[in-house]
Design a binder for this molecule. Sequence first.
Ligand SMILES: Cc1cc2nc3c(=O)[nH]c(=O)nc-3n(C[C@H](O)[C@H](O)[C@H](O)COP(=O)(O)O)c2cc1C
Length: 322
Amino acid sequence: MNTKDFNFLVEFATKAPSGHNTQPWKFENIQDGVIIHPDFTRALPVVDGDNHALYISLGCALENLVIAASQKGYDCEIEYPTNSDNGITVKLKTHVTDKLIGDELFDFIPIRQVTRIKYSDINVNETELDILRTSFNFEGVSIILLNGKVNFENVIPLIIEGNNLQFQNKKFVNELTSWFRYSKHEAENKKDGLWTAAMELPNMGRFIGNFVMKNFVTAKSEAKRLNDILQNTAGIAIFVCEKNDITSWINVGRAFQRFGLTATKVGICHAHLNMPCEEIEVRHKLAKALRIENKHPLLLIRFGYAGKMPYSYRRSIKDVIV
Ligand SMILES: Cc1cc2nc3c(=O)[nH]c(=O)nc-3n(C[C@H](O)[C@H](O)[C@H](O)COP(=O)(O)O)c2cc1C
């Protein structure tokens, strides 16, 4: 496809969220579209051993690309990969109608963010809840919305259990801190990873930052922080898929991206509390608590009202094209 449109699509695709902001994608310009390749050099082997989160991130990027394509007058035909050797092929076809009708979520791609601060104690009303509930429609993916603390109280101990397992695991902490960007300078240079400012943490050098993370941030201190956050959360959204395979993971990403953009549109913030989905034993307990034993809860998201946080960085287009 022509370079101008290709660059436009890649620019908007890369604004997608990804686990630890690794941005595990590469984009290839083909004659009639784009291939989104997984970049396994940016995988997270400890927290994401089966790469499900990596494919969810690709799904988020894919959905942004599809939305941006609609803005340019293209419809997309998508071929899902059958194994990890292949990427997602997006074939573009020009709209048949004369009138350009872009996806209304396009404007919210640049302003969406994962907002990790504490939310206010205001609840989300039924109308807005319905807007979130109907924000996507992908085969094999559903959403469970637990609105109001009384409805998600039984999930809190599982969030804490997942958190404790992770923060007691040195390999998890090492992997996490390797993606921390402790200062604006480091975040700007690398243009990936978890900038401390986007997590309400102060600027620190890497040496001090790693020392603090490894000696003062413990399972117990994190559990306390999470409990505090959960006291001020309007609700929890859990993304569930019927099958645990690459296609379903990509569709969870697409669904989550539409949810995040729709939430942004109606002024609702969201952030991940994925620990019970990432720790497989706890995931089974979560499925049982939700009475969905034969399904797979893969993302757990809190939502509510809050202000904005600093935005995370993205690598430039030239760094993500094949
Ligand atoms: C599959 C997936 C898993 C994620 N897991 C977590 C998580 O466990 N904790 C967290 O705070 N953020 C999590 N995030 C959010 C990313 O860290 C965030 O998208 C990234 O830092 C970029 O920030 P932005 O989305 O605000 O642009 C996840 C995002 C995705 C797509």
